[in-house]
Design a protein around this ligand. Structure first.
Ligand code: ADP
Length: 157
């Protein structure tokens, strides 16, 4: 089965990577779809985010990385995905994710959304937290793949 994993990935964290790895084991194929126009201006360009994910998932031959604009369900249909994969970290994610899942199902009834609970030790990780820590010179090596840590270092130094 092919899972579409859509998100902003600004930038990719070890939590995202964990979800991609487990998605591969469960479904066989994961298409990571990077949103090209997140609501606010991203810290990393679309090209940078695509490269970060390609480098960080280089060891996995079940992953492909694409960009998209607009509706996740349209992207899933165009790429012949069987399901949409999303992650749940805490209750705070739940309401928002459930709303999106119901909306997507109303648009594309055949497309299921599957949620994976994050690993407990990744549950505090978010792209915005990682950027905040890096902007104040904090260590982020345990939060992001090496390629992202290098890019964050360049961005804030
Ligand atoms: P979006 O802007 O679409 O929420 P994100 O890049 O923030 O994009 O997140 C993409 C998906 O990855 C979401 O389903 C989110 O819940 C999930 N996610 C984010 N951080 C983690 C994490 N630390 N562990 C597992 N899943 C996560």
């Amino acid at each position: 089965m092919r899972a579409l994993y859509p998100g902003s990935f600004d930038p990719l964290t070890l939590g995202h990577l964990d979800l991609i790895e487990r998605g591969c084991a469960l479904f066989g194929e994961v298409v990571v779809a990077v949103l090209s126009n997140p609501g606010k201006t991203p810290a990393f360009s679309l090209e940078q985010r695509l490269k970060q994910i390609k480098v960080a998932t280089n060891h996995l031959n079940c992953v492909s990385v694409i960009s998209f604009d607009g509706l996740s369900v349209s992207c899933a249909q165009q790429n012949k995905a069987d399901l949409i994969l999303r992650g749940l970290r805490a209750m705070s994610d739940f309401e928002y994710e459930l709303q999106i899942a119901h909306t997507n199902r109303s648009l594309a009834p055949d497309l299921q959304t599957i949620f994976l609970a994050t690993e407990a030790h990744h549950s505090f990780l978010s792209s915005s937290l990682v950027k905040e820590v890096a902007s104040f010179g904090g260590k982020v090596d345990h939060m992001v793949p090496e390629v992202v840590a290098e890019d964050l270092h360049r961005l804030f130094n």
